[in-house]
Design a binder for this molecule. Structure first.
Ligand code: B12
Ligand code: SF4
Ligand code: SF4
Length: 382
């Protein structure tokens, strides 16, 4: 049962309880309704496990120009999907015609408990896996929750809405920044005073004129810690990343041979990289995630390179199913670990581990193993 409510000339169907609440408030001003609906959506989102929600309009201003410059500079490397959609990425209304607002959400992922990240980075015999990939693939987790939220909205109001999380040409950080979820750090990620930057983003595009939130101001000040600690100097200027140098790109997105000059800089990072976040002062205050889906699986927060390198393809698939790591495939997985083993001190065990893969059927794997063995000889001539 529902009643009809006028909004901006169109007729909306509002669920009875919601309608009763609106009537109770005795206010027929459409702006009030959109304020109230926005407030409710945020409350539902928090109940569904999002730490914060914010609402913005669809005008992304200068972001389009910056995106085009980044592409023209070739900083996307081989991520063709970044170039493919052109300006659509900066124009939400072209992606979903009729969109008036974007509801952005953030969800914390740094798993609690997990082994000390800096200690792992300092131990070259251990594997460093990005904190976001220690548990279940976030795409599914966020998508399911966003769908539930969209469903709740549809139950109280007739509208068109669609959910996204890293799944379509959307400038997620830009939209979340506009929607007050934080500010863009010099490392290009979104961060907030309360939560630092250890969170994922997702959004719902909607054709209702919900009340918008006010963007936060930046609190980076004169800090440049992220730029200084980046192992490969991938942050070429504040707010600018040359993805081709970023370890996250090299270990996840890049399919072929890793440029030789960058291999030693990768250290023991076998999947993604967190350095620009680990050393950001705002992350000292960040809340950890108690989301069961993001809790550590397969001891990936503290495991030796040699143990991971010994996994067979079947074991890799069996253990990584449901994880974001599954998508890079076994060949790329071995490639990444070979580089990390090349950067580790030459022990008998690490040499033996590398030798077991020196005749691997994949040329990519063999080439990285050869490099790793050669590097050990160079570093330890005796
Ligand atoms: C492509 C991509 C990557 C690429 C490129 C990164 C990048 N900065 O573009 C690579 C593979 C390197 C990458 C790595 C990572 N990513 Co990523 N990535 C994306 C993706 C799919 C698109 C980002 C994008 O649009 N890039 C285009 C370029 C142009 O954007 P940009 O560099 O941010 O530049 C903008 C501004 O800096 C500004 N700008 C540019 N030049 C200038 C110049 C001046 C003077 C000024 C003022 C501004 C300015 O305008 C640009 C357009 O808005 C998003 C998801 C999405 N759909 O948005 C996730 C996303 C950004 N990634 C995410 C994560 C978690 C990561 C990693 C932490 C993963 C890891 N641990 O390894 C790293 C972090 C690396 C880093 N410091 O960025 C999260 C970030 C969450 C957050 N808190 O912000 C996102 C939002 C995914 C998600 N749904 O949660 N990623
Ligand atoms: S993820 Fe790592 S390599 Fe990429 S910008 Fe941050 S610190 Fe640099
Ligand atoms: S490390 Fe400093 S400059 Fe970089 S995002 Fe954090 S506060 Fe901003």
């Amino acid at each position: 049962m529902s009643q009809s409510l006028r909004k901006g000339g169109s007729s909306l169907l509002i669920g009875q309880s919601y309608w009763a609440m609106i009537r109770f408030m005795q206010n027929s001003d459409p702006r009030f309704e959109m304020d109230e609906l926005a407030r409710r959506i945020k409350a539902w989102g928090r109940e569904l496990g999002f730490q914060a929600l914010g609402i913005s309009d669809t005008n992304l201003g200068e972001a389009e120009e910056h995106l085009l410059q980044w592409l023209a500079d070739g900083h996307h490397g081989a991520m063709d999907y970044m170039a493919k959609h052109g300006v659509k990425r900066a124009r939400p209304t072209e992606l979903l015609p009729g969109t008036l607002r974007v509801i952005s959400v953030r969800m914390n992922y740094f798993p609690e408990p997990s082994h000390d990240a800096e200690a792992i980075l300092l131990d070259p015999s251990r594997a460093y896996v990005s904190r976001y990939a220690l548990g279940r693939d976030y795409h599914k987790v966020l998508r399911n929750r966003l769908e539930k939220l969209a469903q709740k909205i549809r139950e109280v109001v007739e509208c068109q809405c669609r959910v996204f999380t890293d799944s379509a040409p959307v400038l997620e950080v830009e939209l979340a920044q506009k929607g007050s979820l934080g500010w863009r750090g010099k490392h290009t990620l979104l961060l907030s005073r309360e939560q630092g930057s250890w969170f994922f983003l997702g959004e719902i595009f909607i054709d209702l004129p919900l009340s918008v939130d006010k963007a936060q101001q930046s609190h980076c000040g004169t800090c440049v810690a992220c730029m200084e600690v980046c192992p490969t100097q991938a942050i070429t200027a504040p707010y600018k990343i040359d993805a081709r140098r970023c370890i996250s790109y090299l270990t996840i997105e890049h399919k072929g041979s890793i440029p030789i000059e960058l291999r030693p800089l990768i250290g023991n990072r076998i999947y993604g990289c967190d350095d620009c976040q680990l050393f950001c002062p705002w992350n000292k205050f960040a809340d950890k995630s108690i989301e069961p889906d993001f809790s550590v699986r397969n001891k990936l927060d503290d495991i030796s390179l040699i143990e991971l390198f010994a996994w067979s393809e079947d074991e890799f698939k069996m253990r990584m199913v449901g994880s974001a790591i599954y998508r890079i495939g076994y060949e790329q997985w071995l490639r990444n670990i070979a580089v990390a083993l090349g950067n580790a001190p030459a022990t008998d065990e690490s040499l033996m581990a590398l030798q077991t893969r020196s005749q691997h059927t994949s040329l990519l794997v063999r080439e990285h193993v050869e490099w790793a063995l050669q590097r050990k000889i160079e570093l330890n001539p005796d």
